[in-house]
Design a protein around this ligand. Structure first.
Ligand SMILES: Cc1cc2nc3c(=O)[nH]c(=O)nc-3n(C[C@H](O)[C@H](O)[C@H](O)COP(=O)(O)OP(=O)(O)OC[C@H]3O[C@@H](n4cnc5c(N)ncnc54)[C@H](O)[C@@H]3O)c2cc1C
Length: 287
């Protein structure tokens, strides 16, 4: 039996609980990760802080920059017109499990769970997402997602902190973005390889002016691929450039064998996904 289940309906209440009992409390949002983990680990005495009903954290807004409340569900993200220019994020959210999982699973939960295979992390990384954390004792702080993700299921969140929202950078002009997920049964399967790209072309729509790339499921933590970005920036897309990018990718990722796919398969697929993502984005951006 659970020792205690605390349900809060405001951010202030949540922060007061975390301030008093942060080390013993486990935050529960949609529960699609946590409930499975608790069941599998047999940890039935954890105290749960249920935050799903905090109203202010369920909004998507635009106020000079785009903000997404931590409790926004994947379905909300898929259906939001305010996120029309963040196609890769909507594509990723649309592939987090099936419909039922998307209806309750939250963006904040996907981030804080910090799974190597979390679908929304590559698109958030290519849009330079920043995470807002709040605590009663120290107020709020903002951390780049990249720095927030410390390792496999390990983040920079302190015990008394709540993730309240995510802010995205403005999408680039003459740009296009995409998320490609390779899974055994597409939408209802965890990614074997996931890759997000955001490509912007120069004013003549010939050279790559800006490119951002990020991967998941091919290492302990989803990450940006800066070396490949630097290789491609300022160049015109060609077969040889994409071949070189694919070879570089194999040096940057750390695929493993697991129940979903072999290391060999992941290494074979990843460069193809990279090629497809960059080509698609460049084609879309060229109008
Ligand atoms: C059938 C099934 C299929 C799935 N398929 C996929 C998939 O294809 N791709 C994928 O990426 N994921 C998948 N998932 C995992 C899961 O649905 C997502 O990671 C989801 O976004 C988690 O959100 P949640 O609100 O349910 O998180 P919860 O389970 O409530 O919490 C997850 C973790 O985040 C912490 N947390 C949650 N919110 C906050 C907050 N605001 N502040 C601080 N800490 C917080 C919790 O303490 C916990 O450690 C699947 C899950 C299921 C059950």
């Amino acid at each position: 039996m659970l020792e205690r289940f605390i349900s809060v309906s405001s951010e202030e209440e949540a922060l007061a609980q975390l301030n008093a009992h942060g080390e013993e409390l486990q935050i529960l949002a949609g529960g699609t990760d946590l409930m499975v983990q608790l069941q599998q680990s047999g940890q039935r005495t954890r105290r749960l802080l249920h935050i799903e009903k905090i109203p202010g954290l369920q909004k998507i807004s635009y106020n000079g920059e785009t903000g997404i409340g931590a409790l926004c569900t994947h379905r909300q993200i898929v259906e939001s017109t305010l996120l029309a220019h963040y196609r890769s994020l909507r594509q990723a959210a649309a592939q987090v499990g099936g419909w039922q999982t998307q209806m309750v699973g939250t963006l904040g939960g996907n981030i804080c769970n910090a799974s190597p295979a979390a679908d929304t992390l590559p698109p958030l990384l290519v849009h330079d997402a920043r995470i807002t954390l709040v605590s009663q004792a120290r107020g709020s702080r903002v951390v780049d997602l990249e720095k927030f993700l410390l390792g496999r299921r390990h983040t920079d969140r302190h015990h008394d902190e709540l993730v309240s929202g995510i802010t995205l950078s403005q999408p680039p002009e003459r740009g296009s973005d995409i998320y490609i997920k390779v899974g055994r049964r597409s939408a209802t399967e965890v990614a074997i390889v996931g890759l997000a790209a955001c490509v912007a072309l120069d004013e003549h729509r010939r050279l790559i002016e800006d490119v951002r790339l990020a991967v998941c499921s091919v290492g302990p933590v989803p990450k940006r691929l800066y070396e490949i970005e630097n290789l491609i920036k300022g160049q015109e897309i060609s077969d040889s450039l994409l071949d070189e990018a694919g070879e570089m990718l194999l040096e940057l990722i750390e695929p493993i064998d697991d129940v979903r796919a072999s290391k060999k398969y992941r290494a074979m697929v990843a460069p193809r996904v990279l090629r497809e993502a960059i080509t698609c984005c460049a084609q879309n951006a060229s109008g």
